[in-house]
Ligand binder design. Structure first.
Ligand SMILES: *Cc1c(COP(=O)(O)O)cnc(C)c1O
Length: 363
């Protein structure tokens, strides 16, 4: 028996136990073929079935309309920071970016290397990203090639509660840290991308959902491998895809589908974040959230203790009690619990009771 660890890592993050067990059971003999799925040709019928299933599960779980293609690409979400403007920032055009944290800043700086950009909104003062700008605070360019934003800010612990209104401009979203945390209206987006390693799988795969008619407008004067159209036309089999990563994603998505789909997962996710924020808010100021209440993330809950010393002690003692990954990001400090899809309500309950106990002993 391996020990029962609650994994609060920010990414790569925990995976559903059932998805891992399935991989273990199929490891040495995938569907009676006498070898693992990793060793199959990406053009053979055994892998192809997995590939199609991962696409079909994404389509049904998220309700992806026929107007959109589902792609798997590599290079991490960070590569998409570059390939989005490479494809869609036109020579004489400009792109709008809402900057709400470290990741959107990185996305913007890649776009700046390729063309004209404008900051359409900011999530705080200077480099402290403690809130999500309201719709009436945005200054949108009606002629922008697209509007880019980050749905959940993994490091700052903020999250959009609603989809911003792009006023007819193509909307692009980095959903790396909250993809499939709840149902969303995919038709509102021209492009969604998400590294799998937080909510839906292991690292090495990026899920892309792209509006076909918009994809057609992508630039042709860039390398073939970086065009979204290349991957769409080849159904993500233009070159060798990360087959094991896609296989694992398939396993994770089938677990989500079995457990009530995205409606089921949202109920569970809201329960977890409510438990944690209540533990913070009802601690009489011992635990403090630096984030504006209306902008709080349901995926990455960040908080402070009365001193850095106590924060370090908290993280160390939690680790000793088999709760791992609670140290805040090095850029912001404090404590962060990443409570992605695979973290159970029981895992969060364990953390909440540890918080009460720690306060009693160190208050
Ligand atoms: C983790 C993360 C990234 C970076 O993903 P990589 O796959 O490491 O490139 C980008 N955006 C957000 C919102 C993230 O949480």
């Amino acid at each position: 028996m391996s020990k029962d660890v609650v994994n609060f890592n920010a990414g790569p993050a925990g995976l559903p136990r059932k998805a891992l067990e399935r991989a273990r059971d199929e490891m040495m003999d995938f569907e009676g073929t006498g070898m693992s799925v990793m060793e199959h040709s990406h053009r053979g019928k055994h892998y192809e079935k997995v590939h199609r299933e991962a696409i079909a599960l994404t389509k049904s779980l998220m309700g992806v309309p026929d107007t959109h293609d589902i792609l798997f690409v590599q290079g991490g979400a960070s590569q998409l920071f570059a390939t989005v403007p490479m494809n869609f920032l036109q020579k004489d055009g400009s792109a709008d970016y809402i900057v709400t944290g470290t990741w959107s800043k990185k996305a913007l700086s890649e776009a700046k290397l390729l063309g004209k950009t404008k900051v359409a909104g900011k999530g705080g003062e200077g480099d402290t990203f403690t809130r999500i700008p309201r719709q009436d605070e945005l200054s949108l360019d009606p002629a922008a090639n697209y509007l880019h934003y980050t749905t959940n800010n993994t490091i700052a612990g903020t999250q959009y509660q609603e989809i911003p209104d792009a006023k007819g401009v193509p909307l692009v979203a980095d959903m790396s840290s909250d993809i499939m945390w709840k149902p969303i209206d995919v038709s509102k987006f021209s492009l969604i991308y998400a590294g799998a390693q937080k909510n839906i799988g292991p690292s090495g795969v990026v899920l892309v959902i792209i509006e076909k008619s918009w994809m057609e407008k992508g630039r042709q004067d860039i390398p073939v491998i970086f065009r979204f159209k290349t991957h769409a036309e080849a159904e993500s089999l233009y070159n060798t895809p990360p087959t094991f990563g896609i296989y694992m994603m398939r396993n994770v998505l089938s677990v989500i589908a079995e457990q009530g789909g995205l409606v089921g997962i949202e109920t569970k996710n809201r329960k977890k974040s409510a438990l944690l924020y209540a533990a913070i808010d009802e601690s009489g100021g011992y635990y403090r959230s630096p984030v504006e209440t209306a902008s709080r993330s349901h995926m990455n809950v960040v908080w402070r203790l009365p001193s850095e010393e106590l924060e370090n002690k908290f993280v160390k003692e939690a680790e000793a009690a088999d709760m791992t990954g609670l140290k805040g990001h090095r850029a912001v400090g404090g404590v962060r619990a990443s409570i992605y899809n695979a973290v159970t309500v029981a895992g969060v309950e364990k953390l909440v009771s540890f918080m009460a106990d720690f306060k009693k002993r160190n208050g």
